[in-house]
Design a protein around this ligand. Structure first.
Ligand code: NAP
Length: 349
């Protein structure tokens, strides 16, 4: 295979992010490390998986709960691009499933079926429009799916990532109540893990929109808190939050009424929300951007940052004021450790 020059991921500053150009073969590392992506068989994640496979140079592990669907996508991508694509059964809303999946990933690496992990892309996500539902562990399902499962997965796999590896969290502009993205979905509330995990058990639950936007606020706070912990230990890993912008073509809103889904996908609706100031992404651009953030050396300095796909540009921007609250993030992390059954580690430990 004709490969481009090798880069150590840390050697390159973030330059010309706004001069965005499509990721090319000359910008990736030539060893064959592994990218693990959750929700990589559908929507945004599928675009990203396809992009990484097209580039070549990476083994790919798809983590998903629908075995036949995920396997079929893995087979298709393998056949089309010649990539080594493996799958692990993973329901991120179930802590038992996450533990089992982490073990399966470790086995794949130990058996040499895939190369060591280079990037963990915590991308799976869901919105639950109806009444409050609970995960197999008894936690509110939005928080369990978007937050706790990924939190456990990353903690279980962190020591398996190779030097200069990256952890990329798929976030959302909806987390910021001061933006139109946040206002349209529902204002994010306190990132209180215990309260969010038990939402609806007593008193009136948060609206589905608020449950989603708050879960994305927590996602970003995990990314920043992880970055602080990595820096404190001198780790070479990078922890980055990525907002793909609004992409109406995915199945994220699948629990919304069908008519609402159809209307949201019309050209008129897209123009309207764009005019109102919503951050617009697209499947092709945001999928490529997510791949870039995970593997392009240009993003080696993006740890602790919020990268956003906005109207065809990939930019570093500020997330909400609350997302930078260090004390809240520490508490969120510590409470999440308790909720998923991990021993508590003080920051910097
Ligand atoms: N679309 C947007 O406008 C937008 C904007 C900002 C952020 N995002 C974020 O982007 C990410 C991808 O979403 P998308 O828009 O591509 O939606 P999507 O098409 O619905 O894809 C979501 C992916 O997550 C997986 N997933 C959901 N629940 C899961 C679970 N319990 N266990 C394992 N996998 C699960 C889905 O798998 P199944 O097929 O098994 O359900 C699917 O592969 C999400 O984190 C979302 O919050 C999306």
């Amino acid at each position: 295979m004709d490969v481009g020059p090798s880069y150590v991921m840390d050697d390159v500053d973030i330059v010309n992010i706004n001069q965005y150009s499509t990721l090319t073969m000359s910008t990736w590392v030539i060893e064959m490390p592994t990218i693990l992506i959750t929700g990589g068989h559908k929507g945004l994640g599928l675009e990203t998986t396809t992009r990484v496979a097209q580039l070549g140079g990476f083994d790919i592990v798809l983590g998903g709960r629908n075995h036949s669907e995920v396997s079929s996508v893995a087979h298709d991508i393998s056949a089309k691009y010649g990539a080594n694509v493996r799958t692990v059964d993973l329901d991120v809303s179930s802590l038992a499933s996450v533990r089992a999946a982490a073990g399966l990933v470790q086995n794949l690496v130990q058996d040499g079926a895939v190369a060591p992990l280079q990037a963990l892309m915590l991308n799976a996500g869901a919105q639950f429009m109806g009444p409050v539902e609970y995960s197999p562990d008894g936690y509110e399902k939005t928080f369990a799916t978007n937050c706790l499962g990924h939190f456990l997965l990353l903690n279980l796999l962190l020591e398996d990532i190779r030097p200069h590896g990256r952890i990329v969290f798929t976030a959302s502009g909806t987390h910021d109540p001061d933006t139109m993205d946040g206002k349209m979905v529902g204002k994010a509330e306190e990132p209180d893990a215990v309260k969010l995990a038990n939402e609806g058990k007593t008193g009136k639950p948060l609206s589905p929109g608020k449950r989603y936007s708050t879960s994305k606020l927590c996602t970003i706070m995990y990314a920043y808190e992880l970055d602080r912990r990595l820096r404190a230990t001198g780790s070479s890993f990078r922890s980055i939050a990525f907002d793909p912008g609004l992409i109406v073509e995915t199945s994220l809103a699948r629990t919304a009424p069908p008519l609402m889904q159809r209307v949201a996908r019309t050209g008129f609706a897209k123009r309207l929300v764009k005019t109102l100031g919503v951050t617009m992404g697209s499947l092709a651009f945001s999928g490529d951007a997510l791949a870039r953030v995970a593997i392009d050396p240009a993003f080696a300095r993006a740890s602790g940052k919020y990268m956003q796909s906005r109207n065809g540009q990939l930019i570093e921007t500020r997330s909400s004021a609350m997302s930078y609250d260090i004390e809240r993030a520490r508490k969120l992390w510590a409470d999440s450790e308790t909720l998923v059954g991990l021993p508590s580690k003080a920051q910097g430990a």
